[in-house]
Design a protein around this ligand. Structure first.
Ligand code: SF4
Length: 352
């Protein structure tokens, strides 16, 4: 299986090669609203977002890109549909990458214009193909937007890039459902050595979208497929970043902010564990160091799990055992469990 991809540089961020999977998101503000857009990007940056995409729908959006770029610390990507002139404007504004769907840009000469400018300025291009916008001739041949139809569309779209000897490319191609998308990316991974941007289209509200993304992206990532991910959610984009890191962390691919593990509770639990877990989660948001914190409901299975984590609590009848780095540190009263846990955490780590 073809795994390692060629390296494509987006600003200071490298995709492909042996680089870690990069987390990205997309702003949900009107791009021309510079203040709102910059504020949102800064919040994304603080959450660990490494690349951010902005919709450029007209020249007014294009006109503010350089101001936005100067005000934020992560590379920005201009997302363009239909009008090749917006792509030229975005490249002139100094964006770090553009995303186009060659299928809706129109005549080949327009795509060529974009490629030429991108080449002159070393601006990478993501080619994004969606099952909803496949060319008629391909749909006619395959009858439906199957994975083969989508991959053929990508291959066709690449022809003009090959002609222009342009290889600073990232590919994304999404099916209408999770299984088709998985099949598409497996084929793309076999066929091309360009880095792959993986994600699902219209994943949904946070719960459903998060689940679907975890399944779809998790299966791909576990097979070594995917160089950058976006978890699309109908929600604050910061949640997309949090969800992306959860997926990557669960596969051991990235370590980022603290991870909370809590038991589901059962009849053995004698404390309000959900409340304790929520409070611990809220307080952990102030920590930037990676650590695993376990909050367990009883002294039957709790100590084992709590020992495995960096820090842990195993609750009992009106008491809690606090663990740090595999050792039981102290036994505390139920009402002091959270504050005592954080006292231990603070004694053991130095950077917040
Ligand atoms: S840790 Fe204890 S309370 Fe929690 S689910 Fe396991 S047995 Fe039940």
């Amino acid at each position: 299986m073809k795994g390692i991809k060629r390296v494509v540089k987006i600003g200071a961020v490298e995709l492909g090669g042996n680089n870690p999977v990069v987390v990205q998101s997309m702003t949900k503000t009107k791009t021309r609203d510079v203040r709102a857009t910059v504020n949102q990007i800064r919040r994304l940056e603080r959450a660990g977002c490494e690349l951010v995409r902005l919709a450029v729908v007209d020249r007014k959006d294009g006109a503010v890109l350089s101001r936005i770029k100067k005000s934020v610390g992560i590379p920005i990507i201009a997302d363009i549909h239909f009008d090749y002139r917006l792509a030229l404007q975005a490249i002139d504004a100094g964006v770090d990458k553009i995303r186009i769907n060659p299928g809706n840009i129109g005549e080949p000469w327009k795509v060529t214009e974009v490629i030429k400018k991108a080449k002159d300025t070393n601006t990478p291009i993501r080619i994004g193909v969606n099952s909803g916008s496949l060319p008629r001739k391909i749909l006619k041949k395959h009858k439906h937007p199957t994975s083969a139809a989508i991959v053929e569309t990508v291959d066709d779209a690449l022809t003009i890039f090959r002609k222009n000897n342009f290889r600073d490319i990232v590919i994304s191609a999404k099916g209408a459902d999770v299984k088709t998308t998985i099949a598409v990316y497996k084929k793309l991974n076999e066929k091309f050595d360009y880095p792959l941007h993986i994600g699902l289209t219209e994943a949904g509200l946070p719960f459903r979208g998060g689940m679907r993304s975890a399944v779809g992206l998790g299966i791909l990532l576990n097979q070594g497929i995917g160089d950058t991910i976006r978890v699309s959610l109908t929600a604050d984009p910061v949640m997309e970043v949090v969800a992306a890191y959860e997926i990557l962390d669960s596969l051991g691919l990235r370590r980022h902010n603290p991870v909370l593990i809590s038991c589901p509770t059962c009849g053995r639990c004698d404390v309000k564990l959900a409340k304790i877990a929520h409070t611990v989660e809220q307080r952990l948001k102030h920590y930037k160091t990676f650590m695993k914190v376990a909050v367990m409901g009883c002294v039957v299975n709790g100590p084992g799990e709590a020992r495995e984590a960096d820090f842990g609590i195993a609750c009992g009848k009106k008491i809690g055992l606090i663990f740090a780095k595999g050792k039981e540190i102290k036994r505390v009263k139920e009402e002091c469990i959270v504050s005592e846990l954080f006292e231990v955490i603070d004694e053991n780590i130095d950077n917040r």
